[in-house]
Write a protein that binds this ligand. Sequence first.
Ligand code: NAP
Length: 305
Amino acid sequence: MHDVVIIGGGPAGLAAGIYAARGGLKTLLCEGKILGGQIVLSFEVENYPGFPQGISGMELIENFTKQAEKFGVETSYEGVTCINDERECKSVTLTNGSCIKTKTIIIAAGASANKLGCPGEKKFTGKGVSYCATCDGAFFRNKTVAVVGGGDSAIEEALYLTNLVKKVYIIHRRDQLRAIKILQDRAMQNDKIEFIFNHTVKEIQGDKFVNGLMLENTKTKELTRLSVDGVFIYVGTTPNTEFVKDLIKLDEEGYIITDEKMETNVEGIFAAGDIRSTPLRQVITAASDGAIAASSAQKYIEAKF
Ligand code: NAP
């Protein structure tokens, strides 16, 4: 029997692991993909305290992982298909079919990138359609690309792309950006960036590789073709809560509702990070959630077992 099973190996899960294992709990972290979550796709994290020069998402996660391993967090690279609450204890079922018994669970499975859902998106994924500028930006050196979206991710990654490409169009469906002001100002001042407001992507076109986008003006419905060599899509994220939705209470957008101890509607099951209903989704808030969830799990075990 484990004391705690943590589902998800991003900043929330790894921070929970550090706190739980350091607190002496027998801790298993399950990560079905790669450790690190969405932040490993970020070229630079410049708002995580302690790194005044900034740090790459990958390097930050390597540090989190080393620290978790140092305190004895055990890692399984199996995904989790379901969780159960069996009163005396909980259980977690893995993709290989095995069932792990545990006193507590911390759900830190994060969120996944949304798709546009337009014709051509699937066909050209990996052939000019990308969801990760840090991974794929170098393929577009001195070329023209588009970034779709108006949030922090879209603007941050468009700015990153300007270091590599000739020109970046930012296509946003409204005329107001959602991104924080500091990013907006930087993008507005960057000569390589041109905004196309009030437009959506109707189709991604190409031959073997992307060569253009069919855009629709949201006000006039007029269609125009934009020639680009690639398109980076940052249109928000969806919480990975499908596997817990029958047991755990979610908000109307599908995020897990917790109290200030990070406890869900089920005693002894906690949630942390981007999967949680929260006003701010950052590495620092994910790490903080993880620490609180682990500490709450420890107090729950001390009181119950
Ligand atoms: P987001 O804040 O949800 O923004 C998504 C953007 O995509 C919005 O501008 C939205 O338009 C647009 N959009 C959504 N669906 C669309 C569609 N079907 N077609 C066209 N446009 C569409 O997502 P995000 O930028 O990925 O950020 C996610 C979270 O991570 C946020 O909490 C953000 O603050 C955080 N984050 C923080 C940092 C940082 O602090 N360094 C960096 C990256 C992300 P509307 O505005 O019209 O809704």
